[in-house]
Design a protein around this ligand. Structure first.
Ligand SMILES: [Zn+2]
Length: 210
C-alpha cells in the first residue's frame, strides 16, 4: 500500500488523516456570504489561497492522491455542522465534459461528492451532464461568462432528481456563474430546491469582475 500523504506538503500522514497538522492549521475556513442565483444557500470549507492551492492542484493535474478524500471530508464536516446536510436528498456533482474527464483520468468533483456521501450518508446522483466544452470562466466578463455557459449542461434523466432537494457540489467556486447556470438547469428539470457547496471559494474581490 502507498502511504497516505498530506495533499498540501506531501509529508507522510496517518492512514485516516486528511492533512498534516501544520498544513491544516494554515488553512483559512470560509467565512464569506456568497449568493448563487437559483440556490437557497452556498457553503464552502475553505477560502481559496496559497495554503490550500497545492491540494487543489493535485485534483486538477490528474494525480489526485488523497486530495479528494481530504477536501471532501472537510466539506462534509461543514455540511453536517451547519445543519445543511439535513435538508438535502441527493448530491449532484458539477460535471466535467467527457473529453476533459478522459484527459484527467477521473472526475475530481465526483470523487469529492463520493467522500461527502460516505460521511453524510446522502446519495450521489451524477444527474447533470456537460454536453458542450466551454472556455475557462475566470478570464471572461459577466456577459461572456453567461454566453459561454448557455446550453453547456443538461439533465438527461430528470426523473432521477425530480422533486428532490439537491446539493450541487463543485471543487472550487470562482465566479459562481457555473453553479448558477446549473442551478437553473436543475430547477428546469424539476428539482424542489438547490443548495450549493464547494471545497474552496476564491476571495470575493477576485469575483467582482463584470
Ligand atoms: Zn502538510
Amino acid at each position: 500500500m502507498f502511504p497516505n500523504r498530506c495533499p498540501v506538503c506531501g509529508e507522510v500522514i496517518g492512514a485516516q488523516d486528511r492533512f498534516c497538522t501544520d498544513c491544516h492549521e494554515k488553512l483559512t475556513p470560509y467565512s464569506g456570504e456568497t449568493l448563487i442565483a437559483g440556490s437557497s444557500r452556498f457553503i464552502a470549507a475553505f477560502e481559496y489561497d496559497g495554503n490550500v492551492s497545492p491540494a487543489v492542484m493535485l485534483l486538477k493535474n490528474g494525480v489526485c492522491g488523497n486530495a479528494a478524500y481530504a477536501l471532501g471530508g472537510e466539506l462534509a464536516d461543514i455540511l453536517v455542522k451547519s445543519g445543511m446536510s439535513q435538508n438535502i436528498d441527493v448530491i449532484v456533482p458539477v460535471p466535467l465534459h467527457r473529453s476533459d474527464r478522459m484527459k484527467r483520468g477521473f472526475d475530481q468533483t465526483e470523487l469529492i461528492a463520493r467522500e461527502v456521501s460516505r460521511i453524510t450518508g446522502i446519495p450521489v446522483s451524477c444527474a447533470a451532464e456537460k454536453i458542450r466544452l466551454t472556455l475557462p470562466q475566470k478570464r471572461l466578463g459577466r456577459e461572456e461568462r453567461m454566453r459561454n455557459l448557455a446550453g453547456a449542461f443538461s439533465v438527461p434523466e430528470p426523473a432521477l432528481i425530480r422533486g428532490k432537494r439537491v446539493l450541487l457540489l463543485d471543487d472550487v467556486c470562482t465566479t459562481g456563474s457555473t453553479l448558477a447556470e446549473l442551478a437553473e438547469v436543475l430547477i428546469n428539470a424539476g428539482v424542489a430546491e438547490v443548495f450549493c457547496a464547494a471545497c474552496c471559494k476564491t476571495p470575493d474581490n477576485i469575483d467582482q469582475k463584470t
